[in-house]
Structures are given as structure tokens and as C-alpha cells.
Design a protein around this ligand. Structure first.
Ligand SMILES: O=C1O[C@H](COP(=O)(O)O)[C@@H](O)[C@H](O)[C@H]1O
Length: 224
């Protein structure tokens, strides 16, 4: 188990190499499996990676894509992580992928948990996982010191949980056991502030710095 830190000369190089790496690992897995899964972050950072990945030559109908987490807002809302995926990844060649939308339209994320658990469980362990991270060291919707984070980090946590203790809106998230068992794990971060946050996280407990939970076997991709 080791953390590999890859520093790129600029964001363009990072985005190109990371898209290439993700496509390569999916392609390799497709040689030995009928279907594979790709679990991705929302937020603001990954859009250019998704733009590049969407044009990759892959057997996309055999790839099932779902998010790490979703904010409980309509799919056209500017804060919707699904909107980001639809605009930047689920088009061009990748439009042929299977997509499990974490936003079901139910009134609350709790109501969606049973159906999403059933939809996602057959695609575990995740073949290729990309995580993001906020400067507060949250990843997916696992936030520092949030009441639900302790439960979501537990080894017996269900794969999908509703999160209500963060500001802005309720969320739904994959939990630590589902994310931790991924076969290939990457973290995408940019900027000096996130690099410093990652360094800080390495000395903290996962309840204070949830990204810490995933820093065992992971490749971190960083550019200024
Ligand atoms: O809220 C979220 O934030 C993180 C990090 O996003 P970024 O805007 O700093 O790139 C993201 O990974 C997560 O999926 C999202 O829901």
C-alpha cells in the first residue's frame, strides 16, 4: 500500500495524463471483465478531465458510471454534480456508457437510499475511482466533524448514505467501505491550498480529515 504523488508542470498536462490513465485502467479491466465501473467526483475541478475522457476509444456500453456523491438539487441546478457529468463526460463517445444518476427526484435523499443501494451494489468493488477534495479535506460528501461522517467511515457502513448535516443542501454519498475497496484509486487536486490541505490531512484522524481514510493505496494527481 502506498501513496504516489504525481506533480504535473501544468493543469493541461494533468488533465490529459489523468484522462489517459483512467481510460487505460478501464480498458485493461475490460480485457478480463464483461463490465466495469467508474466512480467520479463532482465539484469544480474535474470538468477538463471529463472533456478529454469523453472522447476516449473505450467499449463504453460496458462501463457503468456513477458519482462519488450528489447534492440534493434538481439535475439542471448549477450545484448539481450530475449536471457536470452530463455536460462534460456523458457525451461524444462516452454517451454510450451506462449511467446511474444519484439524484432520483425523491423529496429527500433518505428515500432514495434503498433504490440506489440496489443499483450500485452490483457494480462494487469499483473498478476505477477518482476522488476530489475540498480545502477543508472533505471528499465525496464526507465532511470533517460532521455527525454522519463517523457512521459513513465505519467498516460496516451501508454503501450509500444520506447526509443532512452540511450547509447548503442535503446530499447523498457513497461511504468509506464502498469507496475504499476500489481496485484503482486516484485523487485529483489543484493549487497550493489543496496540496497543503492534503499534507495536513496525513497527520489527522479521518473524522477530522475524511480524505485521510483513502490515502493508503492511491495516486494523487496535482498541478499548481
Ligand atoms: O462538494 C463537493 O466537493 C468536492 C471537491 O470539489 P471542488 O469544487 O473543490 O473540486 C467534490 O469532490 C465532491 O464530489 C463535491 O460534491
Amino acid at each position: 500500500m502506498s501513496l504516489e504523488f504525481v506533480e504535473y508542470p501544468d493543469r493541461e498536462m494533468l488533465n490529459l495524463s489523468l484522462a489517459d490513465k483512467l481510460a487505460g485502467q478501464l480498458s485493461q479491466a475490460l480485457r478480463v471483465h464483461d463490465s466495469v465501473s467508474l466512480c467520479l467526483p463532482g465539484g469544480t475541478t474535474p470538468a477538463p478531465v471529463y472533456d478529454m475522457l469523453s472522447g476516449s476509444e473505450l467499449q463504453w456500453p460496458r462501463v457503468t458510471i456513477f458519482l462519488n456523491d450528489e447534492r440534493w438539487v434538481d439535475g439542471e441546478h448549477r450545484r448539481s454534480n450530475g449536471r457536470l457529468l452530463r455536460r462534460h463526460l456523458l457525451r461524444d463517445k462516452a454517451a454510450a456508457a451506462r449511467y446511474i444518476d444519484l439524484y432520483t427526484g425523491d423529496e429527500t435523499p433518505e428515500q432514495a437510499v434503498p433504490a440506489l443501494t440496489e443499483a450500485i451494489s452490483p457494480h462494487l468493488p469499483i473498478t476505477v475511482l477518482l476522488l476530489g477534495m475540498g480545502t477543508d479535506m472533505h471528499t465525496a460528501s464526507l465532511f470533517p466533524k460532521a455527525s454522519e461522517t463517523v457512521r459513513a467511515l465505519a467498516s460496516d457502513a451501508p454503501p450509500v448514505m444520506a447526509i443532512n448535516s452540511v450547509k447548503d443542501e442535503p446530499r447523498i454519498t457513497l461511504t468509506a467501505p464502498a469507496l475504499r475497496k476500489a481496485l484503482n484509486t486516484h485523487l485529483l487536486i489543484t493549487g497550493a491550498d489543496k496540496r497543503e490541505a492534503l499534507e495536513r490531512a496525513q497527520g489527522l484522524d479521518p473524522t477530522e480529515a475524511p480524505i485521510r481514510e483513502f490515502l493508503g493505496d492511491i495516486t494523487v494527481h496535482w498541478a499548481e
